[in-house]
Ligand binder design. Sequence first.
Ligand SMILES: [Fe+2]
Length: 408
Amino acid sequence: MGPASEYFDNGSSFFAVDPQSINPATLADLSLFERHPSKDGLFRFRSLLTDTDAVTVDRLREMLGGWDTVYIHNAEAQDYKAYIKDNIKFILNNDAMSTSKKTSILVNLSTDVIKETFAAPFVPQAKISETVDNLEKFVSQAIDFLSDIESLNGIATMIGHDYDTHTHSVKVGWLCAVFIKANQDLFGNPDRERLKQLLLHATVAGCLHDLGKVKVPENVLNKPGRLNNLEYVLMQSHPALALALLFEKKLPCDTLQSILYHHENEDGSGYPCGLAGDAIPLPAKICHIADVFDALTSARPYKRGKNPVEALKIMAGKNPYLDTLKIFESEAIENARPPVMAIVRNERDPKLRRLRERQMIEEEAEKRVEARVKLRDQGMSHCFDNELLKRFIATLSKSDSFDLSGLL
Ligand SMILES: [Fe+2]
């Protein structure tokens, strides 16, 4: 049963909606209310439309244009969410709505869609295909807006926030879309249809690149401090785990490649395959740059986010300690147990000996990881295709929201 036509309520049973987000052609069964002050701190919510079928689309458009805010009952929150998801293209194409409003609706919705996909591996198998289908459908509706250079303003408002896997995924997909649209020559200036495919595949890959993290143990994923070597190895399995989860879903090859290779480094020092240079597919290189840029600029419980200039300087900087860094990286992969065992062999009590060994391994690992991160922040240019990185910086600098003067 739908909501009644009138309520006296303190406001907590309703939520406000921008009338411009309502498509007059497809309002369907949502009930819209207006709000008036009433007695005893209550509001009177009065139904604006009892029967939308009885009103013509033009009349409805006119009515919507006359209201600043309308309200929807909480009982219809899920219906409204589904409605907005189905009508996102209308909202993004609505010239009367500001870019910041569009961005906020888009970010909320896309974060929801990605959350559903990331939750899918814990429910029956069929669900993952369904949620990825939803994601593809959603991205396809939003792609013109997402890939437009103007939408960089929207991304800029999201930079520097606390790291969250879902919003990080939205931003990476979004950055890939803007970058590819602005650098089409890298793909041989494709025709409209091919460009749309490229943008869709890269954006979906950006949204799913870290899907495999749902299979990394939670205490590793959410560890507040630095990861030790063993935990680091577990984390490094996430690109392959994502592919395992998406195995049944026949995604396009370039989407899968971006997901699998988004941690490959230009000089071959990345994972999971150690690919180098031209062996790394172009969309994966772009995803890698977008991923690292957003990761460095996001705040973590143990560190503030770097500002875009600091982040890009690290990404473009030559690392003076590259050889040492590479030794650290290879040790982290090959040697999850640092060689401290021999030092504690003299301890007679086996229990104490094991405890001490464990403690030393952890201390050692902690120090090495700490040192590795410090070393990494000295420069990461070996990780990226430098021409692409230059283009990435040039693309961001097209927006006034990113002040990158001095970097170009
Ligand atoms: Fe990743």
